[in-house]
Write a protein that binds this ligand. Structure first.
Ligand SMILES: [Zn+2]
Length: 319
């Protein structure tokens, strides 16, 4: 019996006695959707209720449990509490995304991008300030997502915050796949303004292509950095764009052979307990691990993702 026949034989035998076999399903890349920054602003000419209901319906329709990373200042109201409560009721995890969405990697009063200086103490206080808004929910979980994926510009801030999170029982809610859905959403919002019947198909196509491209990039990098597959997590936002198209996004991943999974399952992958010691710290987890290895300098742009990469491409498409 040659190797191929042997494999066929054992697979058949395993199937006959009901044992698990390595199927195409179990080798498919796995991906969990994660949503940041729920807001009661609404979007894409939809109310926040509609945005919420559409995203939740797409997740429920695919039998997926996600995670909502809540930034307190955007939902510190009765409506905001209703919004988050709907996710909790549907069984999605509720994580901490700080209260004020500070840009942790700024240590000067004269930041060229106009962000305020943030000390370790400021950042710690802002993390705790968010807790009263989220800790009462049944599915509250101690996962902390750094705003902008910025984890500190000095060793003191980076290591200080990591120690602080550990002391308070948090794991870091990193994503392996970073992307700029927010930049596409901003363009879509401009198009929709005053034009409720605008044709949005171009935004849909660009969005799907962008996320798919970034997923492939980080998947390829992950395999080379870690020599194993990871349970991926992709950064998305609670936005009009996702209200309209997240169902299409899930279908795209399935159609391309990826397996959408629940967020709590994804975060059980020990890859999320790695803490790359780079400076400035942050970006997607895979980007940071690749950077730490020192072997991928040519492939790693900084920042990993930003609207400066996507805007020219959207300009060219008149989006
Ligand atoms: Zn955010």
């Amino acid at each position: 019996m040659n190797r191929r026949e042997f494999l066929q034989h054992t697979t058949m035998a395993a199937m006959l006695v009901g044992m698990p076999v390595a199927s195409a399903e179990s080798q498919a890349p796995e991906i969990a959707l994660t949503f940041d920054d729920p807001t009661t602003d609404g979007g894409a000419d939809l109310t926040w209720h509609e945005v919420n209901e559409r995203i939740l319906a797409a997740l429920a329709g695919n039998n997926l449990k996600s995670i909502l990373f809540v930034c307190g200042m955007r939902v510190d109201s009765n409506s905001g509490r209703q919004l988050v409560a709907a996710w909790d009721r549907d069984g999605h995890l509720i994580g901490n995304h700080s209260y004020s969405h500070l840009y942790f990697n700024v240590s000067t009063d004269r930041d060229p991008n106009g962000f305020e200086k943030v000390t370790l103490a400021d950042f710690e206080a802002d993390t705790l300030k968010n807790e009263p808004l989220i800790r009462g929910y049944r599915h509250f979980t101690r996962l902390f997502r750094y705003p902008f994926f910025k984890e500190g510009d000095t060793a003191e801030k980076r290591d200080g915050m990591r120690a602080f999170l550990r002391e308070h029982g948090y794991r870091v809610g990193r994503a392996t796949i970073d992307a700029s859905d927010w930049a596409i959403d901003a363009r879509l919002e401009k198009r929709v303004e005053g034009r409720p019947h605008a044709d949005l198909a171009g935004y849909r196509d660009f969005f799907l292509q962008h996320i798919w491209e970034r997923a492939q990039f980080y998947q390829s990098l992950a395999q080379r950095v870690l020599a194993r597959s990871v349970r991926h997590t992709v950064l998305l936002h609670h936005s009009g764009l996702n209200a309209l198209f997240v169902g299409d996004l899930i279908a795209m991943f399935r159609g391309n052979g990826w397996r959408p999974v629940d967020a709590d399952y994804a975060y059980r992958d020990p890859v999320y307990d790695l803490h790359p010691r780079i400076l400035p710290a942050g970006e997607s987890l895979i980007w940071a691990l690749a950077k730490e290895s020192g072997k991928f300098e040519k492939e790693l742009r900084y920042p990993g993702e930003d609207d400066v990469y996507e805007n020219p491409r959207m300009n060219a498409l008149n989006l």
